[in-house]
Design a protein around this ligand. Structure first.
Ligand SMILES: CC(C)(COP(=O)(O)OP(=O)(O)OC[C@H]1O[C@@H](n2cnc3c(N)ncnc32)[C@H](O)[C@@H]1OP(=O)(O)O)[C@@H](O)C(=O)NCCC(=O)NCCS
Length: 185
């Protein structure tokens, strides 16, 4: 069975990174990420208005984890674990079909250093081995070539293209859907 009910938040470690739970002191860094138009160029979500909105967001991530709805990690470098540089996690959990959607973002100062690749390898393994996901889904804006390339590099295959799939700021935007199956199922 799909399992997101962990007694403790599953902090993870890779060669260079700590993947840990969000905490209120991450609010400044998360606000900076989610209002950075370079980062958000292809993330068609409302930008947070202020820090209090971001703090509510962090609280809802953590409550979502407690309820078994989502699992979102802060990405930090081992040499500075308190400093959030990005995030990665599972959301839109589809219990009936043992699937969750993966999402990730990283501060541009750290792009193209293999950081999200390193985090993806660890979180994909965790998703298949510990959460027992049958498949992982990713939904990208078709303009997001960086995200498309990283997904393909990690074995995801294109499964669908939905035209005018969702409404954001007065426009219906297309989505490209990628999927990865659990190789052990
Ligand atoms: C997409 C993103 C997470 C990539 O993170 P990253 O740590 O820079 O990626 P990596 O260094 O691990 O790159 C791994 C591979 O992804 C692909 N890739 C990453 N950035 C790319 C870019 N700008 N253009 C094309 N391919 C890119 C390459 O195949 C790369 O392998 P290579 O460096 O050996 O060529 C980062 O650009 C980002 O945060 N973008 C904004 C947020 C976002 O769009 N998130 C995804 C929403 S669906």
């Amino acid at each position: 069975m799909l399992n997101l009910n962990f007694t403790q938040f599953p902090a993870l470690e890779t060669h260079r990174l700590i993947l840990r739970e969000h905490a209120l002191p991450d609010a400044d860094a998360l606000f900076a990420l989610r209002t950075n138009e370079t980062v958000m160029q292809y993330i068609d979500r409302e930008r947070p208005k202020d820090l209090s909105e971001i703090k509510t967001f962090i609280t809802s991530f953590n409550e979502g984890f407690e309820k078994g709805d989502n699992l979102a990690w802060v990405i930090a470098l081992k040499e500075n674990p308190a400093h959030m540089i990005g995030s990665i996690g599972y959301w839109r959990t589809d219990y009936a079909n043992h699937r969750a959607e993966i999402g990730y973002m990283l501060h541009p100062d750290y792009w193209r250093k293999g950081i999200i690749s390193e985090a993806l390898i660890k979180t994909i393994a965790f998703g298949f081995e510990n959460m027992n996901l049958h498949s992982i889904k990713a939904n990208i804006n078709p303009g997001n070539d960086a995200s498309r390339q990283i997904l393909k590099k990690h074995g995801f295959v294109k499964e669908a293209y939905f035209k005018e799939d969702y409404y954001f700021k007065g426009q219906f935007l297309d989505s490209e859907i990628y999927g990865l199956l659990n190789p052990n199922h």
